[in-house]
Design a protein around this ligand. Structure first.
Ligand code: SAM
Length: 289
């Protein structure tokens, strides 16, 4: 990553990097390796300059020993988190949702309750809504779709509520979804329609520290989030937070490059379209085994 040049700005020393690294791990669960020092330095430097502070040490004191420590922690999370995402990311998983999981859930439910954990700026939960709404229409299911989307980063949550996106975020989304669910604002900008927004509730939420935003979810998506955590933290989240929040016959989606194998006693691999989708160990596949 390119270094931002600010004349005379002091370096991040190894000792101070270790202090930040410990704080990141304690507060966010994220494991920053040695190789992430430049990334952390660059991300924090922007915030330090915005606050008109003179060093990383001064910022660390503000974060840990000042009256505004708690409020600043939110901005610290905003600076540190990686929020890369786009619509229809992991199309194999959306096919599994549309073709196998939703038809099965529609038979048993009048209301679908879905949690997108680590939703970033909304592309994932809005995609979940669009895919579910399309499947509902084609299978004549007229129940209610309620999606809760959470992220530790308050800026991405604000932007998700706004619901405005450019071509880059939409690059993998089939055109029919763009035509149906967005208002074209011209100049390559698109806004999610209000009747879609009404189904997706966004909240700032720390997976590590906060209780799950509900119980009995039919599906939980936590994709491309676990990779930032070490094994013990992953296990704590999967068995301690996701398992109790998921319905006994529910589904847990993780990212395409992630795996729960060996990490959980409470989930088993669901074997749907070779996608990383898991179910509670005692869940039955009633419909299509
Ligand atoms: C790479 S994005 C993934 C977005 C989306 N799920 C996807 O797959 O495209 C990872 C998200 O996890 C969030 N995150 C990281 N640590 C978190 C924590 N402790 N609690 C809640 N969200 C967290 C980040 O803010 C970021 O938006």
């Amino acid at each position: 990553m390119a270094k931002i040049e600010i004349p005379n700005f002091p370096e991040l020393t190894d000792d101070t990097f270790n202090l930040f690294r410990r704080l990141i791990y304690q507060e966010m669960g994220i494991n920053m390796r040695d190789s992430k020092k430049i990334l952390v330095a660059n991300r924090l430097r922007k915030r330090i300059v915005a606050l008109k502070l003179g060093s990383y040490e001064e910022y660390y004191r503000l974060l840990t020993r000042s009256e505004s420590a708690e409020e600043e922690l939110g901005h610290f999370f905003d600076s540190i988190s990686t929020n890369e995402t786009y619509f229809y990311r992991g199309d194999n998983q959306f096919s599994a949702l549309e073709k196998v999981i939703l038809p099965e859930l529609f038979k048993r439910r009048r209301r679908l309750h879905i949690w997108s954990a680590g939703s970033s700026s909304g592309e994932e939960p809005y995609t979940i809504y669009m895919v579910t709404a399309e499947a509902a229409r084609s299978l004549h299911w007229s129940g209610e779709i309620a999606i809760v989307a959470t992220d530790i980063n308050q800026e991405v949550i604000a932007s998700a509520r706004q619901g405005e996106y450019g071509n880059r975020a939409l690059r993998d989304l089939p055109q029919r979804y763009i035509d149906t669910y967005f208002k074209n604002l011209d100049g390559g900008r698109y806004r999610i329609k209000e009747d879609v927004k009404r189904h997706v509730l966004f909240n700032v939420h720390n997976l590590l520290k906060d209780e799950p935003p509900g119980k009995g979810f039919d599906v939980i998506f936590c994709r491309n989030v676990l990779i930032y955590f070490d094994r013990p933290t992953q296990r704590k989240l999967i068995d301690g937070k996701f398992a109790p929040a998921l319905a006994a016959d529910g589904y847990l989606f993780i990212g395409n490059s992630e795996s729960l194998l060996g990490e959980s006693k409470r989930f088993k691999y669901a074997q749907i379209f070779k996608s990383p989708i898991y179910r509670p160990v005692d869940a039955r596949r009633e419909e299509n085994v």
